[in-house]
Design a protein around this ligand. Structure first.
Ligand code: SAJ
Length: 422
């Protein structure tokens, strides 16, 4: 029998809603809290406002059997999980902790002795201690770990999420979990909570190490991808096939290079390394450079398209730039998903559309209509086969499965293949 009867999850987005649902599936009473009324209403109707495989049916069941409900205002619970966004503020990549502060202030009035508060949001080092401070200021009648250590009334831990979008419902259960309590008792209580559903190991550390661990995982991936992206540019200059090169180098038992692409997108890998760079700018040189290399890749792809256009015009003096068609294959931030947010492929397509007005056709098999901001730039959404027939330049941006089967591309077409699949 779990020591937790009711838990509350603050922030019902890509991490909070699946987490709340899995707890509810495992028999806990879950109160989800969000400031977005549309999200709250949608969930209470047993539906979801985000895209994640297998989540809709699970939410439906948990709402139906009364284990999960959503509200705008926190209520009493035995544990609170905070899964709100931590974006940047301003232009120098400074993390914005205002959502964590707002969530802390929202739960403070309902906290009671013995409660556990867990920060799940990806956060800069020190954020959990900062959260504990905000809670302590709001509730001087209770004691917190930074004041009374193991004897504190409230237990606090950082337990970062590490699930891959598209596989969240499985990875939540199977992945190992890092549990960073502010004291040993805080960690022990957090382990007891997650053990309600986590089949992986729950490994205990302190809150600062847990914060840095999450940032390290995504920075490791960013640095490795930057290495691959840099190699792809070097290989282009040296006339070497980078895909062959990487597959050969990866035959070494201790080499495992990731794949180059048109840039790094999504809401995590392109963001989290900046939390390290921002905190220790004089020390985080490699991590910083990796960010710049990956963020610079879209411009390099655009320059490749411009070079291709110049070549076509040189080879065909009767043609003019304005009648060339440019096909951009893929808009999502990674293969086989429909998420266009923070996508380098979208950035490249938009910039090309600004330069080659009315000449850009996007092919994105995972969306039915283009977002308004792309349609406004006079970008057309085309079908793969038709687009390949009329394109003069093809820029493959995302390795969607639909693109892997098509290799009937005429020799006259210039191809810039950022994923090496055509
Ligand atoms: N990418 C490449 N080359 C590769 C792999 C990825 O260019 O070899 C690009 C993708 O195209 C995409 C970006 O990197 O634009 C990020 O994609 P991803 O699949 O690497 O990662 P995310 O952002 O979907 O999820 C990551 C995961 N972190 C790690 O694998 C270390 C996930 O486990 C985290 O939970 C998630 O970030 C998060 O929420 O932090």
């Amino acid at each position: 029998m779990s020591q937790f009867n009711t838990i509350s999850v603050l922030g019902l987005g890509y991490i909070g809603l699946p987490t709340a649902t899995v707890f509810a599936q495992h028999g806990l009473n879950v109160i989800g809290v969000d400031v977005n009324k549309h999200a709250v209403d949608t969930i209470n109707q047993g539906k979801i406002h985000i895209v994640e495989p297998d989540l809709d049916i699970a939410v439906h069941q948990c709402v139906e059997n009364g284990k999960l409900r959503a509200t705008l205002k926190p209520e009493t619970a035995d544990a609170f999980l905070i899964a709100v966004p931590t974006p940047f503020k301003g232009d120098d990549y400074e993390p914005d902790l205002s959502y964590i502060e707002a969530a802390s202030n929202a739960i403070a009035p309902v906290l009671k002795k013995g409660d556990l508060v867990i920060l799940e949001s990806t956060s800069p080092v020190g954020a959990t201690e900062q959260m504990a401070e905000w809670l302590a200021q709001a509730r001087p009648d209770l004691t917190f770990p930074q004041q009374t250590g193991e004897d504190s009334d409230i237990r606090i831990a950082h337990c970062p999420e590490r699930v891959l979008p598209g596989h969240v419902m499985r990875e939540l259960i199977e992945n190992d979990r890092i549990i960073g309590g502010m004291t040993q008792k805080c960690s022990a209580q957090a382990v007891a909570l997650y053990k309600n559903f986590v089949k992986g190991d729950c490994i205990v550390t302190n809150s600062r190490t847990a914060e840095m661990c999450k940032l390290t995982e995504n920075s490791f991936r960013d640095v490795n991808i930057a290495f691959a992206n840099e190699l792809s540019i070097i290989c282009d200059r040296l006339d070497i096939n980078v895909w062959e090169l990487i597959s050969l180098a990866n035959r070494h038992p201790r080499v495992n290079i990731l794949q180059p692409g048109c840039g790094v997108g999504g809401h995590c890998i392109a963001v989290d390394p900046w939390f390290i760079v921002n905190k220790t700018p004089d020390l985080a040189k490699l991590i910083h450079t990796a960010r710049l290399v990956n963020d610079g890749k879209p411009e390099w792809v655009i320059s490749q398209v411009n070079n291709a256009v110049v070549e076509i015009l040189q080879q065909n003096p009767t043609r003019s730039v304005s009648d060339l068609k440019i096909a951009c294959l893929g808009l999502a931030f990674k293969p086989d998903i429909d998420d266009l947010r923070e996508s380098p492929a979208v950035k490249i397509t938009e910039k090309l559309a600004e330069k080659y007005q009315g000449q850009v056709i996007a092919v994105e098999p995972n969306v039915e209509v283009l977002p308004i901001k792309l349609a406004n730039k006079d970008i057309q959404l085309g079908k793969l086969e038709n687009t390949l027939e009329i394109a003069d330049v093809i820029v493959l941006l995302v390795d969607h499965k639909e693109f892997k089967v098509s290799n009937n591309i005429s020799e006259n077409i210039k191809v810039i293949d950022t994923k090496g699949i055509l």
